[in-house]
Design a binder for this molecule. Sequence first.
Ligand code: SF4
Ligand code: SF4
Length: 276
Amino acid sequence: MILSIASGKGGTGKTTVAVNLAISLEDVQLLDCDVEEPNANIFVKADLKRIETIYREVPDFDLEKCNLCGACADFCAYNAIAVTSKKLIFFPELCHSCGGCGLVCRENAIRWRRKEIGEIYRGCKDGIEIYQGKLKVGESIPIPVIRRMKELIDRSKNVIIDSPPGAGCPFIESVKGSDFCLLVTEPTPFGLYDLKIAVEVVRKLKVPFGVVVNKDGGGYKEVDLFCRSEGIPILLRIPHSEEIARLYSLGVPFSSQKRRWKEEFERLFESIEDLR
Ligand code: SF4
Ligand code: SF4
């Protein structure tokens, strides 16, 4: 089963859930697709080795051929090209590698070059095969890294994807094609606001999903009310606990220290299998 762990809001405990699930199961592949800030291996502690460098294609302008007509700049929806009467300026960080500028250039002034955007690392520890995607600092397009990470999925294993936060393209890229998505939220107005957005997106992707409420117990009931009214199952509640926070701060998954929680995560996985 491919199970993605996501949350509309950052800092809700998505990685906590992904890692605790991973260590509670057998024969697991854990993909840290939060490539702008991968942190699952802080808890897994595998010896990671770089296995791949990820590139994408960006235009390379032949200024001898370019007549500064501006067609490429007009076409580019991402404002990655600016053309004045005197020069053409290209902003590679804004380019989404759509290829369109090359199609509209009548002077054949655009070639393509590879731009390094990130790396993939792999390691193994205690039955977990972990892959970590890492976007280069200053690079703003994580999709090719996430896409390549997902090509490494071994369907014979229990696959857990730690998705990027938010509900934009990186979230969609990592969640689409999953057999199930766990949305991790916290019982606060911010948590609820972002959960509602994430729910909309996951429904559009037609991926079955359920909710984990992290830092539960503060008395804010609206997340429960929302889930009930929408028919969304709450599959696990993790209490707001000083002990769990202390272990987190030490980089220790709490289910590795507490047998009860390992069983809770095993049960969580079984309940997901029943829901599929
Ligand atoms: S479309 Fe081609 S010729 Fe026109 S400005 Fe762009 S690169 Fe130059
Ligand atoms: S490849 Fe697409 S996104 Fe990149 S500069 Fe050309 S038109 Fe813009």
